[in-house]
Write a protein that binds this ligand. Structure first.
Ligand code: BES
Ligand code: ZN
Length: 624
């Protein structure tokens, strides 16, 4: 079956390549629809290919006492072949009853439970049914939601709740066809407790109202992993006419300062690859348990407070989430196997935005740090996870969230840019976004489109297949020359020879120079040398989360115990998985460290979102 699908896809591509040169809109949609019929998303149990939702309306209440979201979701249905069942994804939800649009009660059944993917919800329909309304509530096993007590917020007065949909968590808070291969519009009415504000990846209120009930609308079709909600003691500050920031009152001023350049970022992005398609661009800075750096929920990026460093040095993350407004949200990976089409393009675009604002030498620091991450991942990952086109069948899509999609994807696109020249590549990318807006893409199609529209017309031969379908890093990977790290390298050499901290001339170093320094410390560094560095540069007291995380990791490795109290504080307060995973892993490398890790984790686990504690449970080998 799998073989047949693959051969069919191959035949489609061969036929299409024989009759294609530069793409017109019509070619594009014909090619897409022939490939579309061969795409299988292994991570949905729904029948979205035959019967699909086109719009959902949520009518829900957020109950902080019971820690549940309850209410209903109405699905408008497209059923061109008059199928008898409408099948949705669901996971750990309580379904109360279901109604048809004529008010009659619908009959439904559950399919076989899948540990990873959840339970298919099979609703009987006939050709007269235009919509169904499902009355349901979430449970304490709902993976998408994080319920925070007041102590876990900055203001310490109100509770907080936010959702995380990507990759397959939306099904745990809304019964839905949970695949990136389907786009829907949505609207919502959300009731919240007195005095709290709700915001979504949609049109948003800028202040509280008396009714404690908020209406939302997302008129552009999106994949459902981008449906998002946050509720808390939130306030808003504008940055310019179309950008702004939501945060708790206690943090708002710092956030608005840190994100001051956001308006310029949107303008720079538009100059590169075409108009911003989502009306407003706002950011919400969440409490520290948020498991990611950022999440590109349309119109409203969700961000970790760990980017608020006081010196704007970590704002590449905002450029990244903004770039997803084109790569990811406008042109979307059709399955999680094609995740690099979202992330690799976004890292490339992020660095182009940063280059427009802050120059090439700044971006080369980001690129070199990215290259170091990539090399680490290639050593650590099994060959199957080193592919751009992934094979995640049977695995959680989050397993594909590695530097391969991000950095190997970036270096592949950078190679193409350097080979064809930036001008041609920019025209190509702008057309790519424009020709495929509000559509979903698979890797095989992109490779074909790239050949037809860029490589063949310019007589360029590149090892595209090797980059996309083979493990490892091809040896034509662009190499990065980063002048600004030369000083750092000199400091490292002198310090290691002499242990004299005065030979480290760091007065002008930015966050990125420090990260390079910390990462490149000689593997033989002693705890005494770590103490000398710390005494002089006070890294353990740094207010910069990236520097802290890198410093803690090396300190654990070199057994420097001056960090202990600060490390425990960091691990109990912050829930960003990218920081937690390496730190717990480093601790767990020795029996004594593992004991310490478990004792910290006992206190900290309750402060983490499911995404993070699920990962750390595995790191520490706990079966909770
Ligand atoms: N979309 C991702 C976050 C994500 C990926 C969530 C896969 C769930 C599954 C987001 O755009 C992202 O890449 N965030 C990065 C930051 C970025 C600067 C590399 C992160 O959170 O670290
Ligand atoms: Zn991303």
């Amino acid at each position: 079956m799998k073989f047949l699908t693959k051969s069919f896809l191959l035949i489609c591509l061969i036929v299409l390549s024989a009759c294609s040169s530069k793409a017109t809109q019509q070619d594009v949609s014909e090619t897409m629809s022939s490939i579309d019929s061969t795409i299988i998303d292994m991570h949905t149990l729904s029948n979205y290919k035959s019967v699909s939702s086109s719009h959902i309306h949520l009518d829900i209440e957020v109950d902080f006492t019971k820690k549940i979201v309850s209410g209903s979701v109405t699905h408008e249905i497209l059923n061109p072949n008059n199928e008898n069942h409408f099948i949705l994804d669901s996971k750990n939800l309580f379904i109360e009853y279901i109604e048809y649009d004529n008010g009659e009660t619908a009959s439904f059944a559950y399919g076989k439970v899948d540990e990873l993917l959840g339970t298919p919800l099979i609703i009987d329909i006939d050709s007269d049914v235009k919509s169904v309304t499902i009355h349901y509530n979430t449970t304490d096993k709902t993976e998408a939601l994080d319920w925070l007590m007041p102590e876990q917020t900055d203001g310490k007065v109100s509770p907080f709740m936010y959702t995380q949909g990507q990759s397959i968590f939306t099904r745990s808070w809304i019964p839905i066809q949970d695949t990136p291969g389907l786009r829907i519009t949505y609207s919502a009415n959300v009731k919240v407790p007195e005095g709290m504000l709700a915001v979504m990846s949609a049109s948003n209120p800028v202040e509280r109202n008396e009714s404690n009930s908020y209406n939302f609308n997302m008129p552009q079709p999106i994949p459902c992993y981008l449906i998002a909600l946050a509720v808390g003691d939130l306030v808003f500050a504008p940055i310019d006419e179309r950008t702004g920031v939501y945060a708790e009152k206690t943090m708002l001023e710092d956030c608005a300062y840190e994100l001051e350049d956001m308006g310029q970022m949107v303008t720079a992005a538009e100059e590169l690859y075409g108009d911003y398609q989502w009306d407003r661009y706002d950011v919400i800075v969440l409490p520290p348990s948020f498991p990611f750096g950022g999440m590109e929920n349309p119109r409203l990026t969700f961000a970790t407070p760990t980017i608020i460093a006081g010196d704007k040095s970590l704002t590449a993350l905002i450029a990244h989430e903004l770039a997803h407004s084109w790569s990811g949200n406008l042109v979307t990976n059709a399955t999680w196997d094609d995740f690099w089409l979202n992330e690799g393009f976004t890292v490339y675009f992020e660095r182009r935005i940063m280059e427009s604002l802050y120059g090439k030498d700044y971006v080369e620091m980001l690129a070199l740090l990215g290259y170091q991450d990539l090399q680490g991942s290639i050593i650590a990952l099994k060959p199957d996870l080193q592919l751009l086109k992934l094979k995640l069948n049977g695995l959680h899509p989050d397993e594909g969230m590695s530097d391969i999609a991000y950095e190997k994807g970036y270096f592949f696109l950078r190679l193409i840019e350097e080979t064809v020249g930036r001008d041609k590549f920019d025209v190509f990318l702008k057309d790519y976004f424009n020709n495929h807006k509000f559509q979903t893409i698979v890797t095989e199609y992109f490779v074909q489109y790239l050949n037809d529209n860029l490589l063949v017309p310019n007589d360029i031969v590149l090892n595209v297949e090797q980059w996309v379908y083979e493990p490892g890093l091809p040896n034509n990977c662009p190499s990065i020359v980063c002048e600004r790290f030369n000083d750092v390298d000199k400091g490292l050499v002198s310090f290691h020879k002499s242990s004299d901290v005065n030979l480290i001339h760091a007065s002008n170093w930015s966050t990125h120079e420090w990260l390079h320094f910390i990462r490149k410390l000689n593997p033989e560094t002693t705890s005494e040398q770590m103490k000398l560095i710390d005494d002089k540069f006070k890294l353990t007291q740094s207010g910069n989360s990236e520097i802290l995380a890198a410093w803690f990791e090396q300190s654990i490795r070199f057994n420097y115990r001056g960090i202990d109290a600060a490390l425990e504080k960091f691990l109990t307060r912050i829930g960003r998985r990218k920081f937690l995973e390496p730190l717990y892993t480093a601790l767990a490398a020795t029996p004594e460290g593992k004991e310490r890790a478990i004792s910290i984790y006992e206190k900290a686990r309750g402060n983490y979102h499911y995404v993070s504690f699920n990962t750390i449970d595995k790191v520490l080998g706990l079966n909770i």
